[in-house]
Design a protein around this ligand. Structure first.
Ligand SMILES: *Cc1c(COP(=O)(O)O)cnc(C)c1O
Length: 379
């Protein structure tokens, strides 16, 4: 006996129904999503037709095969140029590519640094992102962890002590621009001064600016974090401040550094100079579209609005009787971890008895007010 089968249309309705249900779940979580660093003020519907096509930016963004057109490398190159200007790479000495995210940017940068300085030791603070640990382990880099201060910034005296212990080895230092928990910014100029003062034979600085790189570019007075300040490479995430429906990122470095590695024969004849080989061709379109939509002034306004909303949120939470603070210019507000139901409802990232919200572009005062009302009701 054969089991009765469902008519094909019924099966189809089943799975379309499942998708609709899940779409509702995702959609309903949005008003409470103030704990994660993702901008929500985007509308990329102009790009939807591109989802009818496979787009693969395989290999180097500047290597275009005239016979292969299923890519978006011209757009990727414009994205690189825009951010190379923002992060002050020299006009004639810049290279980079659109990654799968900030983590891949860190992995690429540390890979490049290790190829340039084969005996190097890696230094980064306790507050750095876990992707730095992961990259260090994948690359088998010896590591010295540096203490972070109570605000989450690198303790530069401790960096000096750690460097002194291994002063015969080249040093790779990761500066975090916007640490995960408190959005602290490490100072690239101070790190460079410490490296110069130490006896290390060579050094490389990577700026992990996944969260706060773009807002940092608009701060006055300027806080040292970018290439002109002394970093050799910088990486950001595309789905955080910029806003993107899929995870993405960007890594930038000097073309001369990147070129030194490829001339050393690290790469084969094919110009695959990236970590992943086949690369997402849609991701650069989102970044490009955001650049066209916002422009430099739009990015500046969104950054300042976010910082202003964070000032407001911090005051409201304090006035409601809670212990709250934020780092200067941060979009994040940190406070004592509230009742568990609030942590769950508002998807709060929590660590060591502290939680945070992040006032990313698109988050509204009304959401902050609703959160504070909830906090007041349940404390
Ligand atoms: C988010 C973040 C990362 C990782 O970026 P992904 O895009 O999630 O891979 C790395 N470093 C810092 C400081 C971050 O905030």
């Amino acid at each position: 006996m054969t089991a009765p089968t469902k008519p094909a249309e019924a099966v189809q309705l089943d799975y379309l129904h499942r998708l609709q249900q899940y779409l509702d779940v995702v959609d309903q979580s949005i008003p409470h999503s103030i704990g994660f660093p993702a901008s929500v003020d985007f509308d990329y519907s102009a790009l939807y037709p591109f989802f009818g096509y496979m787009l693969n930016n395989v290999g180097d963004p500047y290597d275009e095969d005239p016979l292969y057109l299923a890519h978006t490398k011209p757009f990727e190159q414009e994205v690189i140029t825009f951010f190379a200007d923002l992060f002050r790479l020299p006009q004639d000495d810049r290279w980079g590519y659109v990654t799968n995210g900030g983590s891949e940017g860190n992995l690429y940068a540390l890979y490049l640094a290790r190829e340039l300085h084969s005996k190097a030791r890696l230094y980064y603070s306790d507050a750095a992102h876990y992707s730095v640990d992961k990259a260090a382990s994948m690359l088998r880099l010896p590591v010295s962890k540096v203490c972070a201060t109570s605000t989450g910034e690198m303790d530069y005296d401790d960096l000096q002590r750690q460097l002194a212990k291994h002063s015969t080895k080249p040093a790779i230092v990761v500066a975090t621009i916007g640490t995960t928990m408190t959005e602290a910014r490490d100072n690239v100029a101070t790190i460079k001064t410490q490296l110069e003062a130490s006896k290390v034979p060579a050094y490389y600085i990577h700026s992990d600016a996944a969260l706060a790189g773009i807002p940092s570019a608009f701060l006055e007075p300027h806080l040292p974090f970018d290439i002109a300040d002394g970093a050799d490479s910088i990486s950001i995430s595309g789905h955080k401040f910029i806003g993107s429906p899929i995870p993405s990122g960007l890594v930038l470095t000097r073309k001369s550094l990147h070129g030194r590695v490829s001339r050393d024969g690290m790469y084969t004849g094919a110009a695959d100079t990236t970590i992943s080989g086949s690369r997402n061709g849609h991701a650069p379109l989102f970044m490009w579209y955001a650049i066209k939509r916002w422009g430099l002034e739009g990015f500046r306004r969104r950054a300042l609005d976010s910082m202003q909303l964070a000032t407001y949120a911090c005051e409201r939470i304090q006035n409601a009787g809670h212990d709250a603070w934020r780092n200067p210019h941060a979009m994040s507000v940190i406070f004592k971890t509230p009742h568990d139901s609030i942590v769950r409802t508002w998807q709060l990232a929590t660590h060591d008895g502290w939680s945070h919200i992040i006032c990313m572009p698109g988050i509204t005062r009304a959401q902050i007010d609703a959160f504070v009302a909830d906090l007041t009701a349940k404390s």
